[in-house]
Design a binder for this molecule. Structure first.
Ligand code: AP5
Length: 213
C-alpha cells in the first residue's frame, strides 16, 4: 500500500502518518524529518536545506526527488510506505510517478487532511517536537505526561524554529501556491481521498482507516 499524505503545514499529516505506518506495518517516510536529521548531523544536505526551511520556503526539487526515489526503493518499503511531506510540487509528483512507472507500480491513495488556515497558526504555536526522536505533541491536544519531556524517549521538547507565527504564515502561502495544486493532480488520477482534519485526532485516524480498509 503506497500512501501520500497531503495537507497544509500543521494539518496533522505527521500525526496520522505515524499511526498508519504502525497499523499497516509500512515505513513512515517524512522528508521534513529527513531534513531535520541532516541539519542535526551537520551534513551538507542539512546546511543547504536549513536556509530554505528557516524562511518557510520549499527546499529545491533537485535536493528532494532523488532522496525520496532512493528511499522508497529500499527493502523495508517493498510492501508500501506512507509519504509525509512529499510530493510538495507538481514536478515532485511527476518524478515520483515516473520512478514508480518504471517498475510498474503506482501510488494507491493520496489522503488530504483538510484544515482551514485559521486553525493552523494556533496548532503550530502549541506543537512541541522532541529533539532526540522527532516525536510530536501538542500542549493542549496531545500533551506529554511530563511537561517538555518526550513520552517515547525522554528527550527534550522544543518549539520548531519554523513554527514561529511569521514563518508559519509564509509556509501557508507556499502551501497554497505550490502544494495545493496536487489535490487536483491526484483527483484527476482518481486516488484522492479527503478527511476532515479539524476533529479529534483519533476520529481523523478512524476516517482514514475506513478508507484504507
Ligand atoms: P515538514 O516537516 O513536512 O512540515 P509541514 O508539511 O509543514 O508539516 P508539519 O510537520 O509542520 O505538520 P503536519 O501536517 O505533519 O502536522 P502534525 O502532525 O505535526 O516540512 C518542513 C520544511 O521542510 C518545509 O517547510 C520545507 O522547507 C521542507 N520540506 C519538507 N519536505 C519537502 C519537499 N518535499 N519539498 C521541498 N521542501 C520540503 O500536527 C501539527 C500539530 O497539531 C501537532 O502539535 C499535533 O499534535 C496537533 N494535531 C494533529 N492533529 C490534530 C487534531 N486532529 N486536532 C488537534 N491537534 C492536532
Amino acid at each position: 500500500m503506497k500512501i501520500i499524505m497531503l495537507g497544509a503545514p500543521g494539518a496533522g499529516k505527521g500525526t496520522q502518518a505515524k499511526r498508519i505506518a504502525e497499523k499497516y506495518g509500512i515505513p513512515h517516510i517524512s522528508t521534513g524529518d529527513i531534513f531535520r536529521a541532516n541539519i542535526k548531523n551537520g551534513t551538507e544536505l542539512g546546511k543547504k536545506a536549513k536556509t530554505y526551511m528557516d524562511q518557510g520556503a520549499l527546499v529545491p526539487d533537485e535536493l528532494v526527488v532523488d532522496l525520496v526515489v532512493d528511499r522508497v526503493a529500499q527493502e523495508d518499503a517493498k510492501n508500501g510506505y506512507v509519504l509525509d511531506g512529499f510530493p510538495r510540487t507538481i514536478p515532485q509528483a511527476e518524478a515520483l510517478d515516473a520512478a514508480l512507472a518504471k517498475i510498474n507500480e503506482k501510488v494507491d491513495y493520496a489522503i488530504n487532511v483538510e484544515v482551514p488556515d485559521e486553525n493552523i497558526i494556533h496548532r503550530m504555536s502549541g506543537r512541541r517536537a522532541c529533539v532526540s526522536c522527532g516525536g510530536t505533541y501538542h500542549i493542549q491536544y496531545n500533551p506529554t505526561k511530563q511537561e517538555n519531556i518526550c513520552d517515547a524517549c525522554g528527550g527534550k521538547l522544543i518549539l520548531r524554529d519554523d513554527d514561529q507565527p511569521e514563518t508559519v504564515k509564509n509556509r501557508l502561502q507556499v502551501y497554497h501556491e505550490q502544494t495545493q495544486p496536487l489535490i487536483d493532480y491526484y483527483s484527476k488520477q482518481g486516488i484522492l481521498k479527503e478527511v476532515d482534519g479539524t476533529v479529534d485526532m483519533n476520529d481523523v485516524f478512524h476516517a482514514i482507516v475506513e478508507i484504507l480498509g
